[in-house]
Design a protein around this ligand. Structure first.
Ligand SMILES: [Zn+2]
Length: 202
């Protein structure tokens, strides 16, 4: 027994039925995602609200649409979600955090973007620099991007919750609606977790 039940148990004590195949990176990502969900905390099948999480972590959020001082010739190109979807800044003085969101994207994609930025911050990733050399306009560290996206997606759609809900919501659309994520993100989770075969063919 854990004598102090108020502290969450360490990662290695997470029940194995809450985790995907051990020894894979998806299992490691899932452990980090479950630690993040415990901050709220949530049952496996409950959808996570990244805005609530950001508030809890005292991360400030600034939406592009709130920058009403921007001249239109600057604002219009910045609305392009192919150029950027979100960015996080750690302000040097007070150590406070500001997350910029391109709110031209759909609300569900915005949730995934915010979750990814929160993960970059919690994982201590170095901020990407703005650059004109990369097609996306930002330097791109592939493994850092994969890690933040994958853990964010796992926090939004955890393995255990997905497994519980598949019998009750046996379609990509119904599962995506339940977790308030895009169908693309839901498909990604089913694929990396090798759960796709539990759904009837589309
Ligand atoms: Zn990123």
């Amino acid at each position: 027994m854990n004598p102090d039940s108020s502290t969450p148990p360490p990662t290695h004590s997470i029940r194995t039925d809450l985790l995907p195949r051990p020894g894979t990176r998806w299992c490691e990502y899932e452990k980090r995602a479950l630690e993040i969900r415990r901050l709220i905390p949530l049952r496996p099948e409950q959808p996570l609200d990244p805005f609530q999480l950001a508030h809890l972590l005292q991360f400030q959020i600034l939406r592009l649409s709130e920058l009403d001082q921007l001249p239109p010739d600057l604002r219009q190109p910045l609305r392009d979600v192919k150029l950027w979807s979100g960015a996080a800044l750690r302000l040097p003085n007070q150590g406070s955090v500001l997350i910029l969101l391109n709110d031209s994207q759909s609300p569900r994609r915005l949730r995934a973007t915010l979750m990814e930025e929160i993960c970059h911050l919690l994982l201590g990733h170095p901020p990407s620099r703005l650059t004109l050399e990369e097609p996306t306009g930002r330097t791109f560290a592939r493994h850092v991007e994969e890690e933040a996206y994958a853990i964010g997606a796992a926090a939004l759609v955890p393995f255990a919750g997905l497994r519980q809900l598949i019998p009750r919501h046996p379609s990509i659309e119904a599962l995506a609606d339940h977790f308030i994520v895009s169908r693309a993100l839901l498909r990604y989770r089913l694929t990396v977790l090798q759960l796709r075969h539990f759904l009837p063919p589309a």
